[in-house]
Design a binder for this molecule. Sequence first.
Ligand SMILES: [Zn+2]
Length: 83
Amino acid sequence: MNCDKVVNEVYTFLDGELTGVRRTMIEYHLRKCPPCADSFHFEERLLFLVRRSCSDGDEVPAELFHRLQALIQQEATEGTSGE
Ligand SMILES: [Zn+2]
């Protein structure tokens, strides 16, 4: 399992839709790979905050979510150089 795959699966993971083996593989990778762990925890926090701020329902406005995500990605790209 490489980093690209892990990042792609993080959303599924956080949605609770991953099955046991894949969950374990991701958890294992996150333990060995600090950059992925960082982005995972970031997404986790983001989801938590978004969900909490919309506590009257489970629905998170997609627009808000995407806007936050874009902001975070922007910061992430600015903070790193190339790969
Ligand atoms: Zn990684």
